[in-house]
Design a binder for this molecule. Structure first.
Ligand code: SAH
Length: 393
């Protein structure tokens, strides 16, 4: 097997079981490993450290599969990881939903792999050279653990380029309807696995949708960056008077309408195709107010260079939302930018309140759902932060 030797001192993160090896940490490569092939990793002193997947084009030159020298990366390895992940989700999620994140990459021991299970279909994103190399084995392992599931690939994501991989989509095993109905807390939700964002749906907000709903009975709710409107769906289930969904995607809003009808909420919602930044300003000019506002924007910061601009964006929408809230109203505000940490996000929201001239208090802090675990060795997996903010009466 080919192997790499690290620069002196660069074994430290591996001894803490962090799974990434950057190109600049490597002193020497022995052999000619193909993209994704398994290699051994040695310290400068010649100690064996790990087995990893080699990624010749990426800054993250290798991702660790195992810190056990005797472990082989094969069918049984993937079956073990998938079974362990499945058991955790079945214990925690199955009673509320037939959809969950089955594999959350590094945090579930399969770096670069995202698998979301929607009722009868598993949707995968293969984001690293390692999982691309083992794709057929991973599909076979899934067939063994989930014999009745069809498997669809949504590797149409830009990050594949960093691994030297092209974008690809299609059925990997079996076939099913690409529009899948799932249930979450008694609600029927339509997931478009072919055309939807990412793998089709935002499972990470499951718990937060339920928490948000607690504030919505008899209320006017503004659901910004609504995608298919699921925060609003939960709000109506909890007895909201009216939900206004705002998104720039007509496809997402059409799915929302279909879904609301299917759940029997026919006349209590409005779908607005608009840019949230502009619409909030317009509402302010028109003096339109709401009892509850949800802000769940897309990732504003993709890299460190974008953090400041992202914070400006967060501050702007939070300031406007706090102004549009009725006294005593509730803001549920989120950031899914991993690079904007929880402290920074809270500071930005605090600054927004100052600029808005609003007195408010945080009454709850929110995070990603349990099927998006954060490996203690891989803190980067923590990305979703939310605050429930109550405006003073
Ligand atoms: N809250 C959603 C997920 C939101 S994802 C849920 O629980 O499922 C972010 C959404 O913001 C996407 O649907 C995207 O189309 C939308 N979006 C991005 N920029 C926008 C903008 N400036 N104005 C309105 N919507 C926007």
């Amino acid at each position: 097997m080919s192997h790499i030797t690290l620069v002196k001192g660069r074994e430290k993160s591996l001894l803490r079981k962090h799974p990434w090896i950057f190109s600049r940490a490597i002193a020497e490569l022995n052999g000619k490993p193909k993209s994704g092939e398994t290699i051994d990793v040695y310290s400068a002193k010649g100690e064996w450290l790990a087995k990893a997947a080699y990624s010749p084009q990426s800054q993250i030159r290798a991702r660790v599969w195992s810190f056990e020298q005797t472990e082989t990366i094969d069918f049984d390895f993937f079956v073990r990881k998938i079974k362990a992940a499945k058991a955790m989700r079945e214990q925690l999620i199955s009673s509320v939903s037939n959809a969950y994140r089955l594999i959350a990459g590094e945090s579930d021991g399969i770096p670069g792999l995202t698998l979301d299970l929607y009722n009868n279909v598993i949707v995968g994103q293969f984001l690293s050279a390692g999982v691309e190399f083992h794709k057929q084995t991973i599909v076979k392992a899934l067939n063994q653990v989930f014999p009745d599931m069809a498997i669809y690939e949504r590797s149409d994501v830009a990050v594949r380029k960093k691994e030297g991989l092209s974008q690809t989509t299609g059925w990997l095993s079996g076939q099913a309807d690409s529009k899948v109905w799932i249930t979450e807390n008694g609600l029927k939700i339509l997931v478009d696995i072919e055309q939807g964002h990412k793998t089709g749906f935002y499972l990470d907000q499951r718990d937060n949708r339920q928490i948000a709903a607690q504030y919505c009975q008899n209320k006017q709710v503004l659901n910004c960056f609504s995608y298919t409107g699921t925060f609003g769906l939960y709000a109506l289930q909890a007895g909201a008077d009216k939900v206004t969904n705002v998104d720039v995607s007509d496809t997402a809003l059409n799915t929302a309408s279909l879904q609301y009808a299917e759940n029997g909420f026919n006349d209590k919602f409005e779908q607005v195709n608009a840019d949230v930044f502009k619409l909030l300003r317009q509402y302010k000019e028109q003096d339109i107010q709401f009892d509850v506002i949800v802000l769940d924007p897309p990732k504003f910061a993709e890299n460190k260079g974008q953090v400041i601009r992202a914070c400006r964006g967060y501050k702007d929408i939070n300031m406007l939302a706090l102004q549009l809230l009725k006294p005593g109203g509730t803001l549920l505000t989120f950031s899914c930018s991993g690079l904007v940490d929880a402290d920074l996000f809270q500071k930005v929201v605090a600054d927004a309140a100052v600029d808005a001239g609003v007195n408010a208090q945080i009454i709850q802090k929110l995070t990603q759902a349990k099927d998006h675990p954060i490996s203690l060795n891989y803190p980067e997996a923590f990305y979703l932060k939310g605050l429930v903010v109550k405006k003073a009466v």
